[in-house]
Design a binder for this molecule. Structure first.
Ligand code: GDP
Length: 195
C-alpha cells in the first residue's frame, strides 16, 4: 500500500523544525525496544527505513516520513531509557508536549505495547499526555508471535482495562507481529482510512 512511496523527510529537534502542518499525520510512540522500528519497517515495506532513526544521536529526534503526497508518518523518540540523563529526558518531554498539543493535522497516535509485558507505568504517562493533548490514540500490541494464545487473552484484558481509563483511547486494539506480518495490513488500512 505504501511501499515505494515512503521517504524519510527529516529529523526534528525543535518546534521550528517541524514541516508544515498540512498533511494527514499519524505518529508512533513506544518504549525503547518495543519493536517500533521493526513495525515501521514492516508497515512501509522498506527494510531499515526506521533504523536510521535508531542510531545514536538521532534517538531524541522526531522523525518525519512522507507516505505518498498526503500523509506524514511520525516516529517519536522511544521512551523509558533506564539511564538517559535527566536533562535529555526533560528536553524531549518538552518537545513532545509541544508537538502533541500543537499539531492540528495529527489524526492518531499509535502507542506500541509489547505483548509480553502489557501496559507499563511509562506507557500510562504517554497515554495521559495524549489525553491532555486531546490526541486520539490506539494501542498496538507488538511481537504477538512471542506469546501463546492463553497469555494473549490475559494481556488483551489488561490493556483494555488500562485503556478504559483514558478518554483519548480508541477502543479497538491491533495485535501485530513484524516478524510474522500479523496485523500489518490491518494497521496500514487504518492509516489509509484516516483523512
Ligand atoms: P525499537 O527500539 O522499539 O525500535 O525496537 P526494534 O524494532 O529495534 O526491536 C527490538 C527487538 O525486538 C529487536 O531485537 C527485534 O528483532 C525484536 N522484534 C521486533 N519486532 C518483533 C516481532 O514482531 N517479533 C519478534 N519475535 N521480535 C521482534
Amino acid at each position: 500500500l505504501f511501499a515505494g512511496e515512503v521517504d524519510f523527510l527529516k529529523g526534528v529537534v525543535a518546534m521550528d523544525g517541524l514541516p508544515p502542518d498540512d498533511r494527514t499525520e499519524v505518529c508512533f510512540a513506544g518504549r525503547s525496544n518495543v519493536g517500533k522500528s521493526s513495525l515501521i519497517n514492516a508497515l512501509t515495506g522498506r527494510k531499515a527505513l526506521a533504523r536510521a532513526s535508531n542510531t545514536p544521536g538521532r534517538t531524541q529526534e522526531i522523525n518525519f516520513f512522507t507516505l505518498g503526497e498526503e500523509r506524514y508518518l511520525v516516529d517519536l523518540p522511544g521512551y523509558g531509557f533506564a539511564n538517559a540523563p535527566v536533562a535529555v529526558v526533560e528536553k524531549w518531554q518538552r518537545l513532545l508536549k509541544q508537538y502533541l498539543s500543537g499539531r492540528a493535522s495529527l489524526r492518531r497516535a499509535f502507542v506500541l505495547i509489547d505483548s509480553r509485558h502489557g501496559v507499563k507505568a511509562v506507557d500510562e504517562e504517554i497515554m495521559t499526555l495524549l489525553d491532555r493533548s486531546a490526541v486520539t490514540f490506539q494501542a498496538v500490541l507488538t511481537k504477538s508471535d512471542k506469546i501463546r494464545d492463553k497469555e494473549r487473552e490475559k494481556v488483551l484484558d489488561q490493556v483494555r482495562e488500562k485503556l478504559s481509563k483514558h478518554p483519548a483511547a480508541y477502543p479497538e486494539l491491533v495485535l501485530t507481529s513484524s516478524e510474522k506480518g500479523d496485523g500489518i495490513a490491518t494497521l496500514r488500512a487504518i492509516i489509509a482510512g484516516l483523512d
